[in-house]
Design a protein around this ligand. Structure first.
Ligand code: SAT
Ligand code: MN
Length: 593
């Protein structure tokens, strides 16, 4: 049953690990994935046969499918996500810790016989461009064919990964099983010291595609700290101005706050162009030239569907014409997909909602598509995919943007005074929770660098690491903060967002180039009111005042919240951040007198 003889696997430690995992999980057979078209077609056929995939109309969406996950399993489960290290203080106050011993007792035991009657897939994958020295190999063992098909899109999967791995032992080992899908027996545990991940009881994206948040952020952030680089929850885009000059920008926003939209925006300013290098994860390295260089370790996008339309994100919509896996969206009678915000539908059109139940708009009790429904698609299918997406060296980063979803307080954009202040701005980010994780939505929470759920070690040490990386850079990127989500007194968004966000990016690049001056405010540097190009837009100037307003006393209160949050890191908090908090308080006090 566990014979690997027919497979081309020569790596002894990989073979030993597969054998040991199979002995414990007892699958009925083992399949080592090569990433081929035949393999993909066979898995799709099996899944359609078993009712696990619905094939969409091949004329509307060739080779595309709808997958419905278990209704209790539709988002990341942060309270069931653990980091296992020798010492609890090494994971810090923002992570859940579990000892190895406990993990073996509580989690590994759940894997015993869990693959009985199932196929065990062995999925070698490469994170990063094929010829990049920064790329890393992982192997995920899983009993979910949905995970296999998704990894084939999201990573360079199969032969390329094995070719890179050769006989090395230095790969990340992810063991995943759907288990019984019970939330009671659902765990995601990371072991940064041994490069292992165990995930059981969930088939949902970030819990089950172990290459993504588990490997490329939680494990990679620990490797990055040891090795002097940064593994971040950031999109990467290239912005070209009408003179043909391109700058690259990396931007961190929490899950479901518009990274995918920003990464491929179609600018509402003539002559400007955006190229997409990545939409979710970014690995950055100090280069020999003193700049910070970035690669996107991923190969595809796992984007939020609701709200995506030809108006809000035409490049995403055009990426979704073929070879897509949709998860938990609604299904129309013509076997096309639909979600809220995509297009107008007739009040009486009968569809199936994300659970497969009959749904019509006129008597809907709930959305047809789950608010965290997703599309999975190769980045290469995006019309704005950058030529540099496969560049081994990556792209040089001119600006880093931090952004939260905040109805009040944070202005449309401001610039940090220097790297240390920028690290403070990132470390003190606050954003309202979204449907990407289970739990209440719309609650403001501290989410440093949008990494709160993804940093694999003590965030006090993580802030110190950011400060240290800055010291190595002779030409550090400038750091900014943006907020597309500020609302007026009527509760409506003040800024239209989407294609108009290029107006803010334009100011950011003008600051990078030293082409415009800025206005000093206690929180940082803000645009003059004529600094944001509003040409071709019907936008009252008073609204821009409101968007750029800095309310000193509200920021004082915010500083109290910040102090409380940073205080949680105790003596792991680097002094530099306290210095920044103190200077901010001084500046706020002066401004209030
Ligand atoms: O489910 S994922 O973690 O991959 C998506 C997200 O929450 O950012
Ligand atoms: Mn994300």
């Amino acid at each position: 049953m566990f014979s690997l003889a027919e497979s081309s696997l020569s790596n002894p430690s990989l073979r030993a690990w597969i054998r040991a995992t199979a002995e414990h999980t007892r699958p009925s057979n083992i399949r080592v994935c090569d990433g081929s078209e035949n393999e993909r077609a066979a898995i799709e056929r099996d899944m359609v046969g078993a009712g696990a995939l619905v094939e969409l109309d091949p004329k509307l969406h060739p080779r595309s499918f709808l997958h419905r996950s278990d209704p209790t399993d539709v988002a990341r489960t942060e309270h069931l996500t653990f980091i296992s290290t020798k010492h609890e203080e090494d994971v810090g106050p923002t992570n859940n810790w579990m000892s190895r011993q406990d993990a073996e007792k509580r989690v590994w035991s759940l894997f015993a016989g869990c693959m009985h009657g199932r196929t065990m897939y062995v999925v070698p994958y490469l994170m990063g461009p094929v010829d990049s020295p920064h790329s890393r190999v992982g192997v995920e063992i899983t009993d979910s064919p949905y995970v296999v098909l998704s990894l084939r899109i999201m990573t360079r999967m199969g032969k390329e990964a094995l070719a890179r791995l050769r006989n090395s032992e230095g790969f990340v080992r992810g063991t995943h099983s759907l288990g019984d899908l019970s939330p009671e027996r659902r765990f995601v545990v990371h072991f940064p010291d041994t490069l292992e991940i165990w995930s059981i009881g969930s088939g949902y994206g970030g819990n089950a595609l172990l290459s993504k948040k588990c490997h490329s952020l939680r494990i990679a952030s620990v490797q990055a700290k040891k090795e002097g680089w940064l593994a971040e929850h950031m999109l990467i885009l290239g912005l070209t101005n009408p003179l043909g000059e391109t700058h690259y920008v990396a931007a961190a926003f929490p899950s479901a706050c518009g990274k995918t939209n920003l990464a491929m925006l179609v600018p509402n300013l003539p002559g400007w162009k955006v190229d997409t290098v990545g939409d979710d994860i970014c690995w950055m390295y100090p280069g020999e030239d003193g700049r910070l260089w970035a690669i996107n370790p991923e190969n595809g996008m796992f984007g939020v569907a609701p709200g995506t339309s030809l108006k809000t994100n035409p490049n995403a919509m055009r990426s979704l014409t073929h070879d897509v896996i949709f998860t938990n969206v609604a299904l129309r009678a013509n076997r096309n997909v639909w979600w809220e915000g995509m297009s107008k539908v007739d009040d009486h059109e009968v569809m199936q909602d994300w659970r497969g139940d009959t749904w019509t708009k006129s008597d809907a009790q709930a959305p047809a598509a789950h608010p965290n429904s997703r599309f999975t698609v190769p980045l290469a299918q995006c019309p704005s995919a950058s030529d540099s997406f496969n560049a081994g060296s990556g792209v040089p980063i001119s600006a880093i943007i931090f952004g939260g979803r905040r109805a009040k307080l944070a202005p449309l954009v401001y610039e940090a005074r220097n790297w240390q202040h920028g690290v403070y701005v990132g470390a003190t980010m606050v954003s309202e929770t979204t449907a990407a994780a289970t739990g209440a939505v719309g609650i403001p929470r501290n989410d440093p660098m949008a990494m709160l759920p993804f940093c694999g070690y003590n965030m006090g040490d993580y802030f110190a690491h950011w400060l240290a990386v800055g010291q190595q850079l002779r030409h550090p990127p400038k750091i900014f903060h943006v907020n597309w989500f500020r609302t007026g007194n009527d509760g409506r968004f003040l800024w239209p967002g989407f294609g108009d966000n290029v107006r803010v990016l334009k100011w950011i690049l003008e600051r990078v180039d030293g082409a415009v001056t800025a206005r000093e405010a206690p929180i940082g540097l803000l645009p003059h009111t004529d600094g944001i190009d509003l040409s071709g837009m019907d936008f009252p100037e008073e609204r821009l005042f409101e968007l750029l307003a800095v309310d000193g006393s509200a920021w004082m209160q915010e500083a109290g919240r910040t102090l409380e949050f940073l205080g949680r890191f105790g003596n792991r908090l680097p002094h530099g951040l306290l210095t920044e908090l103190r200077s901010l308080l001084n500046r706020l006090q002066l401004s209030l007198h």
